[in-house]
Structures are given as structure tokens and as C-alpha cells.
Design a protein around this ligand. Structure first.
Ligand code: UN1
Length: 506
């Protein structure tokens, strides 16, 4: 499938075959900037998931016997295809999920970075040689695949995040059953075609298109050894708690955030404003690492506020396929309503609203895009109080609070850490002591200094603490979630000698 999606109803990919599945329902992918239908898909059922899991189980024994390097060969084909089709795929990402075009392309770039990392890692050591107390013993930590990995991915990085999960799972010798987000099935279709074109053996990779019920059928099934989930906190916590009750099964979930940027009295204001704008409004605030709280020292508060507000008033919201657009639309109508509710909540809790472009003016909406899910920046200031819900609940939109603080970096960190989440954050300061204090005390998984809090690279761990995370489903740390460790100890002597001075006499 290329730029033209055609009229057929697209299928699931199970056991190396394209199939309509067992259900009678279909669903559509829509361009969030125009409301236009992009393509139609069969909606997966529990029976379809069942067939996919059976195929993945059957394929596991042969796949695990291949060498790491042979498994990685399949992924290298995909790496080249992602690079060759960069422009085209970037455009499809932008069309299907509304991200502006440079972000659409960056999504594809991040995908090939992940594939490159996972396939390249096949040639790296996969265990440890460990000293033994006993001279005649060899001790090692060795890894082996866990089995069937269930992958459930979000719409906002519809190409990169599936590869975060699946590239590592596959190279490590597991088989996969994947459900793409229901908002971005077209990207799912293209990835499944790539897996097929790369010649990945039947059943090693399976894709079922569909909604939460298909996702739950994957995560609830006892044939799944690990669930990798990236998405909302609500679903992630449900998966983590259910799976946690099943011995031997693992879940690694990365969820949202209520991310904050601390801007101290020692900040370079150009960097502060630039970082805050990028973090709050890129992807229309719909990254799990987007910032919704700017915690600014009183000495520079007024100047920062003026400069930030001026940009928020002006920032280009529009057609994601136009180069000079900064923010595309929200993903869907329901999400626009959710953002509206968050804006209202802030007002109810006493916000002084500085910018309200929630309803774009008619002349701001590009021609032919009246049906798009448009929202613009909403910026407010509010006196910090630990009881305010608007400072604790994630909006996942261009909705940002300015919080003025007085005192030292310790005070800024008290405010910064006062959310149930802990994914990403940044400190803007020219004072290394403040920077290092933030690094050591911010309750988050991804911390930045003098940078936006978005844009992590795949060779770093990506995950959070508190309500944001439960293990790492992505990037290099995903290896822990998709492999078992074997402590392997071997005797080189004809005698048995035990560690801990344990007597071997019988
Ligand atoms: C997400 O926010 O949902 O760090 C993923 C970043 C990207 C990934 C974001 N590499 O901004």
C-alpha cells in the first residue's frame, strides 16, 4: 500500500497470511486534519487474537534456534526500506495522525534508529562472565527469549513505537502478536507489509487490527509471556495489575506524564522560552513527554511569561503537510472534548487564562480543513497548590500552566515532584549546582538540562517512575522484558566443590 490506499478493506496478518478474520465489523482510519477517510480495516476479535497467538506459539521453537545475527538480517531489510521510503512514510504518518511533516519524518527516522540499534545489538555480547568463589567453576549470566510477546502501541508514534517494542523482541528470539492503535491502522498495515516483504517466517510476526477488546485479548492471554504496552495510564495500570497477578508473566508499560520544566533565576531566557515552546506545543502537546507545567522563578517570571505568551498567541496551527505549520490537529473529536474539559477544569480551579486559542478563529483554519480536529494553545497561570487537579491530571494537549515560585531550587523541585506521574522533565539554568540538584532529585525517568523535555534517543532507556511507568517496554531496556536470564554454572573438575564453604561430603 502506498500513498493511495485504494478501496479494499485491509486485513489482519496472521501466520504469514492476510485474512479478514472472524468478525463482521470494519472501521476506518481518518485524516484528523480533514476528516477524510483514508482506508477501511477489518476489526479484530478475540478469535483473531487467538489464531495469532497460536501461530506465534507454533513459530517460536524454530525462530529461537536461529542465531541472533540471522534473526537480525530480516530487520536490516526493514531498516533499508524505512530509509528508502522516508519521505513517503513521513507523509503517511502526518496524514494519519496529524503530526506536522517534520515530526512525521522524525517518527520514521526514530523507527530506523531503533531497528539499527536492535539489529546491531545482535553482534554485541548478550550476557556476563561472572567470577566464581570456586576456582574450578565457570559462572555466566546467559539470556534466552521468553516466548510470545504481546505488543500494544499508541497512535502518536505509529511507526517508531511499534519498532521500539518489536525490533528487540524479534532479534532476541521471541515471536510477536501486535495490535496497532485503532487511530493509525494504515501505519500498522505498512509495517506488517514490511515484515512480510522482509521474509520473516510465518507466525513469527502477527498483526491484529482493532480496538481495546483485541488489546485486552492479547494482554489477558496466558500464552503471552510478556506484554509490552505504551499508551494511557488507565490502560497501562490495568494491564500491569492483571499481569502482576499471573506468576511467570511480565508486563512492561510506559504511560503518560504531567511533565514539568523548572526555569530558575539563573536561566538563559532564550533557551528557556525555546525549550518550553517545543515541549508544550510540538505534536500539539500529544506526546507522553509533553510539558504541561512551567515552574518559573519570580525574578524572571514576568519576562518569561511575556515572551512565552507572545509565541503561544502566534504559533502556526494548521495543515500538517505544510512545512511552516508548527502544530497539527488533535487526533480525534473525543480528544478535543477531553482537552476542552481540562481547560475548563483549570478555569474552575482559579486559573488566570493568558492565551485561549482552543477554538481557532475561522480564518486560522486552512481551506478544505473545516472538518479537522482543531485546537490551539491554552496557557494559564495559577498559584501553586497541592490540591489542584489541573496540576496533577494529564491533558495530553497544548494546555500549559505557568507556576511562579520563590526561593531555591529545592522549592522548585517540591513543586515539580508534586504529581502522581514521573516521566520527563527539564531544568533551565546556567548554574551547574542547580542542574545537578534537579538531575538527582527530580522524580522522573527522562531528565534534561537546557533542552526541551521531548526528543529522547533510542539508545537511552525510555520509561518513567510513579504512575508513568512499570518497566521499560522500549529502547535498550526492553531487552530485560523480553529475555530470561539463566545463571549458568559449570564444573571443570572431577570433584564437586561448593560455594559458601558448604561441605560436599556425603
Ligand atoms: C511519546 O511521547 O509518546 O522522546 C514518545 C520523545 C520521542 C518519543 C516520544 N523520542 O519525544
Amino acid at each position: 500500500m502506498s500513498q493511495q490506499t485504494g478501496t479494499q478493506t485491509h486485513q489482519h496478518y496472521i501466520a504469514g497470511e492476510w485474512t479478514d478474520g472472524t468478525g463482521s465489523e470494519t472501521f476506518e482510519s481518518e485524516n484528523p486534519a480533514t476528516g477524510e477517510t483514508l482506508a477501511e480495516f477489518h476489526r479484530g476479535t478475540e478469535d483473531d487474537v487467538d489464531a495469532a497467538l497460536e501461530a506465534a506459539e507454533d513459530a517460536f521453537e524454530e525462530w529461537r534456534e536461529l542465531s541472533y545475527i540471522d534473526r537480525a538480517e530480516y530487520l536490516w531489510d526493514i531498516y533499508h526500506e524505512l530509509r528508502e521510503r522516508h519521505e513517503e512514510l513521513g507523509g503517511i504518518v502526518s496524514k494519519e495522525c496529524g503530526k506536522e511533516i517534520s515530526e512525521g519524518k522524525a517518527d520514521v527516522t526514530e523507527a530506523w534508529h531503533m531497528v539499527e540499534w536492535a539489529a546491531g545489538n545482535a553482534r554485541h555480547p548478550h550476557g556476563d562472565v561472572v567470577p566464581s568463589e570456586v576456582g574450578s567453576k565457570d559462572a555466566y549470566m546467559r539470556r534466552k527469549p521468553r516466548g510470545v510477546i504481546g505488543c500494544i502501541t499508541p497512535w502518536n508514534f505509529p511507526v517508531a513505537i511499534p519498532f521500539w517494542h518489536m525490533a528487540i523482541a524479534l532479534v532476541e528470539g521471541n515471536t510477536v502478536v501486535w495490535k496497532p492503535a485503532e487511530q493509525t491502522p494504515w501505519c500498522g498495515q505498512i509495517i506488517a507489509e514490511m515484515m512480510e516483504d522482509a521474509g520473516i517466517p510465518d507466525g513469527v510476526f502477527n498483526m491484529v487490527q482493532g480496538f481495546g477488546d483485541a488489546g485486552a485479548a492479547i494482554s489477558d492471554d496466558s500464552r503471552v509471556d510478556t506484554v509490552l504496552f505504551t499508551g494511557s495510564a488507565e490502560v497501562g495500570h490495568e494491564i500491569a495489575s492483571k499481569v502482576g497477578g499471573e506468576p511467570g508473566k511480565l508486563a512492561a508499560c510506559e504511560m503518560g506524564g504531567k511533565n514539568g520544566i523548572v526555569i530558575t533565576e539563573e536561566a538563559d531566557l532564550d533557551i528557556a522560552v525555546h525549550s518550553a515552546v517545543m515541549s508544550s506545543f510540538k505534536t500539539t502537546g500529544q506526546r507522553c513527554v509533553s510539558s504541561e507545567r512551567l515552574i518559573v522563578h519570580e525574578d524572571i517570571y514576568d519576562e518569561f511569561k511575556q515572551r512565552f505568551v507572545d509565541i503561544a498567541e502566534d504559533i502556526a496551527v494548521g495543515d500538517p503537510l505544510e512545512e511552516d505549520t508548527f502544530m497539527g490537529p488533535a487526533i480525534e473529536g473525543d480528544h478535543v472534548e477531553k482537552i476542552r474539559k481540562h481547560n475548563e477544569l483549570a478555569r474552575e480551579e482559579g486559573a488566570n487564562v493568558l492565551v485561549d486559542r482552543f477554538e481557532l478563529a475561522e480564518d486560522e483554519i486552512p481551506d478544505g480543513h473545516a472538518e479537522g480536529n482543531w485546537v490551539g494553545p491554552f496557557v494559564y497561570e495559577i498559584d501553586y497548590d497541592t490540591d489542584l487537579r489541573c496540576l496533577k491530571e494529564e491533558c495530553f494537549g497544548p494546555h500549559v500552566a505557568l507556576l511562579e515560585y520563590s526561593g531555591d531550587i529545592e522549592r522548585a523541585l517540591e513543586i515539580h515532584n508534586d504529581t502522581p506521574y514521573g516521566l520527563a522533565g527539564a531544568v533551565i539554568s546556567e548554574d551547574y549546582r542547580q542542574i545537578n540538584y534537579f538531575r538527582d532529585h527530580a522524580d522522573i525517568g527522562l531528565a534534561y538540562a537546557n533542552l526541551p523535555c521531548i526528543g529522547a534517543e533510542v539508545q537511552l532507556p525510555f520509561g518513567g517512575v510513579k504512575k508513568s511507568g512499570n518497566g521499560y517496554p522500549s529502547a535498550r531496556e526492553a531487552i530485560e522484558a523480553v529475555t530470561e536470564r539463566t545463571a549458568w554454572t559449570m564444573n571443570n573438575s572431577k570433584e564437586i566443590e561448593m560455594a559458601q564453604g558448604l561441605s560436599a561430603d556425603i
